[in-house]
Design a protein. Structure first.
Length: 710
């Protein structure tokens, strides 16, 4: 098909360059005009080939004028100078319909500064550094101070920049108010000028005693609101806002000639470091947690280092010198190739030292990725000036080891200090942690969350500790921490864990075991050996349990007897510090033979027996409603066994516990529908005919007669 009439009238071909800045002809548009129209008309079927430049033209038509920068316009000539902004040069102000402003990046007809004196955008072109800087600032706005390329700037950065510009304008107003200060009325001093005037009436003396106070509080409040806003923004926008705010407040000066102690928000030299501390802490965390492109990361850091800090802020000079994730020393530590965090490079010793916010951020990111082994290696090697904060993080090492599935290493790590610390994590373990650690060691399961207190399911991660290892590590923990040792909750947790199966429900509930009472000879042998074992454990000696006693057949029972002996020793020495005993007794569950063994041994010391009984009676008196609810859940079989244990004891003082519990049931029969079954249990147990004390026998008969009459 031949060209249409309109096509025959077209005059040129336009070739658009894809590289505006590097175009050797200096143009963004190249126009090709056919010199001889007849040549194409005569030889329409032939191809025109230029063999020298290997260019082949197969078709030619009149060009459409494409959008172009003013300096590339082919209709109006353009004159170039480096930075002429006074007035339009030559015909630079003339435009065609497709001329664009190089600075505003919109049609020249829409540019408000096309011919404005001192601006003159019509003179702008791409060969001038001045005009390029003007263009960058117009397109990037305040972001130009970060030395960002236009290709680096995305919507988040632009949003942060727009918020920063608004803040800078508001800050300028507030800072100027601060510089004006507040005049405080002078106190009335006696006039010293001749002639002497009455106090307060001499203008010279009054002006001399007038004081100007400069309060930074307004600026501090404005910056604080801006930082609060930054915390809600995306990481890139927030980083721009933090860095811009840091630069602005670093320029602020205190106009007071002498120190004015006005408080931490009103005194500039106190307020600015406080604000910079908040800014640098947030930026440190972001550099670790946020995956900034490397180029952007470096420009943020370089920008902060370029800020001229005042003398009262010199301590922040190297705040953003955060070790990148790909640093050689950090990488070798995380991979386990360097356990000390030190290396020598070119004869210079280097140590993995980081600010505490950086350490917190690294730990968080590694934990979020479930890289628990790397967390442990990092915390053992890194150093910090915030000793307490670092110790708090290092105390979580045993939990992270549990999460990684290495429960044996976790148990040992509780008892050994990290690095140069004077004491081990066991010294700082609290009761709820003690119970959770024992549950993890017993079952090989851990909470699915990232923290010990996270609610949710439990998951299996490794093999449970053997009973012998578990009891040794648990007792060492108790002996290493006095607050645990004197806490009834910890001893009840130990008994409950030892009397439970290694199987764990997803909800975290244990399955209690009902262990058969072992032979008396076996019990005596374990008790005989336990005295020396406990002393060695107290001395932190690596104890080996006798295999003949802690045999595979009766290892559960042997561990429970050893725990009973440990509780007995604790009561003999620390009974006055104990605030409860009932929960220890209840922790034995259906293993009443072990509880009886404990109560029998308490009779060796009468004051210990009386003190223990008084504790249980006090607990029962204070927790009547709780006990009734518990007994309802456990049933008459358990309640009968529990009461018989005390009622049949040969010590009348111990029988009083059973009688008191019986009175609670009698007084609340409406809450004990199972009480009749309890009466049957007493009858089958032969309590009516047992040679009990007079008072005890009378109360049991009285209770049984109530139901026999029904």
């Amino acid at each position: 098909m031949g060209p249409s009439k309109g096509e025959e009238e077209e005059q040129s071909v336009i070739l658009i360059s894809d590289d505006e800045a590097e175009n050797t002809l200096g143009s963004s548009v190249l126009v090709v005009d056919p010199l001889e129209k007849s040549a194409l008309e005569e030889e329409k079927s032939e191809e025109v080939v230029d063999e020298e430049c290997e260019l082949m033209v197969t078709f030619c038509k009149q060009a459409n004028v494409m959008p172009h920068a003013r300096y590339d316009c082919t209709i109006h000539l353009f004159e170039r100078t480096e930075c002429d902004t006074c007035s339009p040069l030559g015909k630079n102000a003339d435009i065609c319909d497709q001329c664009y402003c190089y600075i505003c990046d919109k049609l020249a007809a829409e540019c408000q500064n096309w011919t404005t004196s001192s601006l003159c955008h019509c003179n702008a072109h791409n060969k001038s550094k001045f005009w390029k800087d003007q263009r960058d600032f117009a397109l990037a706005g305040v972001l130009v101070m970060f030395n960002l390329e236009l290709t680096d700037i995305d919507a988040d950065l632009r949003h942060g920049g727009s918020l920063l510009i608004k803040f800078i304008q508001e800050l300028s107003v507030e800072y100027n108010k601060y510089l004006v200060g507040e005049k405080i009325p002078p106190t009335q001093h006696e006039c010293i000028c001749p002639p002497k005037l009455p106090a307060g009436q001499c203008n010279i003396c009054r002006s001399r005693n007038t004081e100007v106070v400069y309060k930074y509080s307004g600026v501090f409040a404005l910056v604080t609101r801006f930082l609060n806003q930054a915390e809600q923004e995306s990481p890139k926008a927030a980083a721009v806002m933090y860095l811009g705010a840091a630069k602005e407040i670093a320029l602020h000066k205190d106009p007071a000639l002498s120190w004015q102690n006005l408080g931490h928000t009103a005194s500039l030299k106190i307020a600015v470091p406080c604000l910079l501390q908040r800014i640098t802490t947030q930026l440190q965390r972001m550099l670790v947690l946020c995956d900034f492109p490397k180029n952007l990361y470096e420009k943020f850091v370089n920008f902060f280092q370029s800020i001229s800090l005042p003398c009262h802020c010199f301590g922040f000079s190297n705040s953003l010198n955060v070790v990148p994730w790909d640093d050689m020393l950090l990488t070798t530590v995380l991979k386990g190739q360097n356990i000390t965090g030190q290396r020598t490079q070119k004869g210079r010793k280097m140590r993995l030292w980081e600010a505490f916010p950086v350490i917190e951020a690294r730990v968080k990111k590694l934990v979020d990725k479930e890289n628990y082994k790397e967390v442990v290696r990092y915390l053992r090697a890194v150093k910090c000036n915030d000793t307490k904060g670092l110790v708090d993080l290092q105390d979580k090492i045993p939990f992270y080891l549990c999460k990684s599935g290495d429960l044996l290493a976790a148990a040992h790590s509780l008892l050994f200090p990290v690095g140069s610390l004077a004491c081990c994590p066991a010294c700082r373990v609290v009761p709820f942690q003690f119970e959770l650690y024992l549950k993890m060691f017993r079952t090989g399961s851990v909470p699915a969350g990232k923290d010990m207190l996270d609610a949710g399911p439990w998951i299996t991660v490794g093999s449970p500790l053997k009973d012998g290892v578990l009891i040794k590590q648990a007792l060492k923990l108790l002996y290493s921490n006095v607050s645990l040792y004197r806490n009834a909750k910890c001893w009840s947790s130990l008994i409950m864990i030892l009397g439970s199966s290694s199987l764990l429900e997803k909800s975290g509930h244990l399955h209690p075991l009902s262990l058969k009472e072992p032979p008396l000879d076996f019990q005596r042998r374990v008790l005989a050996a336990s005295g020396g074992l406990l002393e060695e454990l107290k001395a932190k000696i690596n104890v080996s349990l006798p295999p003949t006693i802690f045999s595979p057949q009766l290892h559960h029972e042997a561990c429970l007897i050893l725990a009973v002996q440990a509780i007995q020793q604790m009561l003999f020495c620390d009974l006055p510090y104990l605030n409860s005993f009932l929960e220890i007794a209840l922790a034995f569950g259906n293993n009443f033979w072990a509880l009886r063994l404990l109560l029998d041994h308490l009779s060796y010391e009468e004051h210990v027996l009386h003190g223990t009984v008084n504790l249980i009676l006090r607990d029962l008196s204070r927790q009547k409603a709780t006990m009734l609810k518990l007994w309802q859940n456990l049933g008459p079989q358990y309640v009968g066994e529990f009461l018989c244990l005390f009622l049949t004891c040969r010590y009348q003082k111990m029988q009083s516990i059973g009688l008191f519990a019986l009175s609670i049931i009698t007084e609340n029969l409406h809450m004990c529908p199972w009480a009749k079954h309890l009466c049957n249990f007493f009858h089958n147990a032969g309590l009516r005919h047992l040679p009990l004390g007079t008072a005890t026998h009378h109360e049991i008969l009285k209770f049984m007669n109530v139901f026999e009459k029904l």
